[in-house]
Design a protein around this ligand. Sequence first.
Ligand code: ADP
Ligand code: MG
Length: 210
Amino acid sequence: MGVGAADLRRWVGAFADTVVANEQLLTSLDSAIGDADHGGNMARGMKAVVAKLDADPPATPAALLKQVGMTLISTVGGASGPLYGTFFLRMAQSVGDADELDTAGVGAALRAGVAGVVARGKAEAGDKTMYDALAPAVDAYDAALGGGELAEALRAAADAAATGRDATTPLQARKGRASYLGERSVGHQDPGATSATFLIETAAATLPAP
Ligand code: ADP
Ligand code: MG
């Protein structure tokens, strides 16, 4: 059983719910090293995404992922809107006209999404951004793929994302607003790495067939 549009819709819905439930957490993390809008940005964007998907449900994986990406880019003003938007648009390109993705296809789409974040934001490992959660997640996914199971690969990805998120705390930011703080950015968990971990954790919770 592959991953189809209904499965992706479940993932996006769970990510939206998690972002909304953790809006205060994301905002307080961003208040320490940014401008205290990451929770609001992500909650506003994901509420708009869900409203759009409900009003006009896309039939295919690519159409759904594209709709998510376009809505995030058009509704989120901060750095995270275009970055997450590009993530979903690149996933859409990766899946092409497939009606269902197999385990390798999900991995390829996630990797394409992360490449989009890099193309847009030029983050490197250790810059203290969402990339520090996303990059280890796709690496762990691919490493677990040998086992063949989607659930197992996504579980490994989610664990790696959380480890990468936690590892942003001692880092000094080199990208985005937090980089303006220089050494004062040390000692705080990155907000974008935190929301990106929700993204991968909700994929692990929802994409494998229930
Ligand atoms: P803004 O920084 O415009 O206020 P947000 O607060 O919504 O936007 O998002 C901040 C998050 O965006 C940061 O915690 C970081 O993870 C991520 N981010 C910022 N710049 C970049 C970048 N160039 N590449 C990857 N991620 C980035
Ligand atoms: Mg901010």
